[in-house]
Ligand binder design. Structure first.
Ligand code: GRF
Length: 215
């Protein structure tokens, strides 16, 4: 089966991008990273992509009079590379419904919490303040409402005594790096499909389905 052409949108560090690049190196992975786009020219992830021999582009939002003009240029850039599926990986812009509708069922985001808990920013601080014992990350389809799209996959970590935002963030990030490639694989292989506002999974569950914290 032909590999799906993926566009990854970043604004910064790009560690999730690196995880996707690494996964896409496997011969049996159903996707290839066709293009990495940043809205910030200084994003470190651009160098990671270039080192891996992947095409990069900068579409700087500040250069456009409004969101729509920025998105139209982004759309042209993605179309020129034949991008079929978009992965947001630390992309710090909110899209208009116009853009989201063009990519419905084909745009994924990774968020560092177990949604629908802790939307927005500072999710690890929010989790510690709420006193949850299980935290984690979510890959979801993007809808116009921020961090509210239908869920594709989640990974959980325990919150342990003495955790700080940094220690918790590091454990969640390690799970993000496992989860995003897995979720993208599922979408590319048609194992998950967006149907209106519902995600249908075609999977066989394996193993223990209970998470306990504390263990
Ligand atoms: C990750 O924690 C991701 O969940 C959030 O932004 C962060 C991006 O990190 N959306 P990186 O740029 O992938 O290292």
């Amino acid at each position: 089966m032909a590999k799906r052409r993926i566009g990854v949108l970043i604004s910064g560090r790009g560690s999730n991008l690196a995880a996707l690049i690494e996964a896409a190196r496997q011969p049996d992975y159903p996707a290839e990273i066709a293009l990495v786009v940043s809205n910030r020219p200084e994003a470190k992830g651009l160098a990671r992509a270039a080192e891996a021999g992947i095409a990069t582009a900068v579409v700087e939002h500040k250069r456009f009079p409004d969101r729509r003009a920025f998105e139209e240029e982004l759309e042209r850039t993605l179309a020129a590379s034949g991008v079929e599926i978009l992965c947001l990986a630390g992309f710090m812009r909110i899209f208009t419904p116009w853009f989201v509708e063009r990519w419905v069922g084909r745009m994924l985001n990774i968020h560092p919490s177990l949604l629908p808990a802790f939307r927005g920013v500072d999710t690890h601080r929010q989790a510690l303040a709420a006193g949850v014992l299980i935290h984690g990350c979510t890959v979801h389809f993007v809808t116009p409402e921020l961090d509210a799209g239908p869920i594709i996959a989640q990974a959980a970590v325990r919150v342990v005594p003495g955790d700080t935002e940094e220690t918790l963030a590091a454990r969640v990030l390690a799970e993000e790096h496992r989860l995003y490639p897995l979720a993208l694989r599922m979408v590319c292989e048609g194992k998950v499909r967006l149907d209106g506002e519902v995600v249908h999974h075609r999977l066989t569950w394996q193993g223990d389905d209970t998470l306990f914290a504390p263990p």
